[in-house]
Ligand binder design. Sequence first.
Ligand code: NAP
Length: 281
Amino acid sequence: MTDVLKGKVVADRIKEQMKKDIQELKQANKTPRLGIVRLGDNPGDISYEKSIIKNCNNVGIESKVYERDRDIKTEELVELIEELNRNDEISGILVFRPLPDHIDEDIIRNVISPEKDVDCMHPLNLENIFEGKMDGFAPCTPKAAMEILKYYDIPLEGKNVVVVNRSMVVGKPLAMMLLNENATVTICHSRTKNLNEVTKNADIVVVALGRAKFFDESYFTEESIVIDVGVSLDENGKLSGDADYDRVLPLVNKITPVPGGVGSVTTSILLSQVVLACKNM
Ligand code: NAP
């Protein structure tokens, strides 16, 4: 029987810890507060924002949205972020991405204060991950995948883990986090040859290429543990992971569902990093 690794229980445990931490902070007259910078009114951003605010309210984090036009000049966005960096009432800053094409993300990444960088955009925070310093801010999605593995007591030491993604928001930081837990990590990408031979030889496969139902049974064995990071719409407009869930589920050992898997832990990781930022202030 395949184990379905649901994210909700993982998120709930993180939230419980967070609530305790927030109580302690409040006793010390500190309130964690997230500043959300949203450019334009893209429905995806608005729905993500609503979910973040709701989650903030649930655990006792305050939030404030800084909405600006999508055609904002780079200098104006820099000025806004610098203002938030100086604002003692803001513990963490989240800038919604992708940024509009005319804004150079590199400039923005470098402006945000590393101490308030709860979405781990700043090169210094990413560098920490690559150096094996895991107690600071981490990119939320890979951290969510790691929390799921930890919650379900899935051993990593000496295990072969294949990550199908080499982006800076998912694959590369995740590979470093796995390496830090002494896994043997292989990163795959669009030029990888015989991908299904590589994935079949792994103990754990993290799929994150962003194509609904791409991975069918031919990529896995009955021993496979599948962590599905992909989120896209299938041919019927239904939210789907990269794994062809219904076909793969009866075969593999363990799998995260989509929705209800990695994505449901990501926001809790973000919020726990707001709490961390507030503690460090
Ligand atoms: P991305 O930058 O487009 O990265 C996709 C990766 O997949 C790239 O490394 C690409 O290789 C690789 N790839 C594409 N086609 C491939 C193929 N045929 N065979 C093997 N590898 C292939 O996307 P991303 O921003 O990292 O996001 C990836 C997925 O994760 C998306 O579905 C996104 O929605 C999801 N996501 C989920 C969360 C969450 O909280 N659950 C958060 C962020 C992202 P190349 O490098 O060679 O192009």
